[in-house]
Design a protein around this ligand. Sequence first.
Ligand code: NAD
Ligand code: TYD
Length: 355
Amino acid sequence: MHRKPNKILITGGAGFIGSHVVRRFVKSYPSCQVFNLDKLTYAGNLSNLRDLEGKSNYQFIKGDIVDASFIEALFEKEKFDSVIHLAAESHVDRSIEAPLDFVMTNVIGTVNLLNAARNSWKSNDSDQHLFYHVSTDEVYGTLGNTGLFTESTAYDPHSPYSASKASSDHFVRAYNDTYGLPVVISNCSNNYGPFQFPEKLIPLAIHNIKHNRPVPIYGKGENVRDWLYVVDHAAAIDLIFHRAVIGKTYNIGGHNEWKNIDLIHLLCKIMDRQLKRTEGTSAKLITFVKDRAGHDLRYAIDSSLIRQELNWEPSLQFEQGLEATVTWYLENSNWLDQVTSGDYLHYYEQQYQHR
Ligand code: NAD
Ligand code: TYD
């Protein structure tokens, strides 16, 4: 199967991963109309996509996926042939503070989109229809010191964030089983790279080191994550979107496990070099703090299915990707200053009214 859609709705395209996906689709498929629907929460920032302004196959729509009548009307008007759904509340620590926000966007918002797609595609007149749900490896819970998550690992979420994503995955599968909605799901490991909001570990650490502030490490820093460069995730999404078998799930991961403390030491070395500081300066900022509640010990992905079936491979070694990420954040200090001051939120409030 090689899909050739004409009109794609991408949700959450002003966020970190979404902006890389939108950029890739707008630039790689000029004959396809790409609609980016985003509420522009604190995590959504249109300056992530400034290079797409004026592109004739790109349109931004400000809107909330929790608003069912707005979503129904949008599908009715635009008649999208496919959806790539990334919009979500995405930060575990925020989910511990405000779980209901995660239920609203990640569960209710996803079901609203599923309903709108189902109503819009009722006549089933095209084999181009696809609802692609982008999810996380965190739905599988935690691993001990060995083993990998496969596509058949049982769901066992521990944080309100991962519970809400697990719930949304179940709804997506249920709409396939019950109504025959054409769906695919991918579950990816931790992403890093340009445009990630500085509440997540790597950009937070870069920001704090740059400003000589403490770098908080939860617990003893023993937790392990499998890191993937965001551009490689966008490439995997492109492949899955165009070539995946309907109803299937793909795990995506970097085969790149790092203990948080080892990752931060590597990052400190790169920061010292790029900031021309004496080696060891940044590492002095490492500060061990109270552990996150329900903190999963280890995530690691078996991505052999997507590698074998779709011939996908990560393109970058982690050291290269981390070096490039540090360079990007240091060269784009305006972006970092803007998103940490919150000014961009007021600017875009004035530019785009809710439709
Ligand atoms: P992000 O927080 O950077 O971006 C989320 C985007 O969704 C923002 O632009 C925000 O404005 C938008 N949004 C939030 N609520 C909305 C609503 N109610 N209506 C419309 N738009 C809304 O997130 P991210 O890190 O780019 O993650 C994107 C997706 O990928 C999420 O579904 C996440 O679960 C998944 N994922 C993330 C990672 C990771 O490491 N970041 C890994 C695997 C999967
Ligand atoms: P994070 O970037 O929040 O991603 P996730 O929780 O989705 O994996 O965190 C990555 C790891 O880093 C996780 O084990 C928690 C840890 N962490 C810290 O030690 N300090 C921090 O300030 C943050 C934000 C995360």
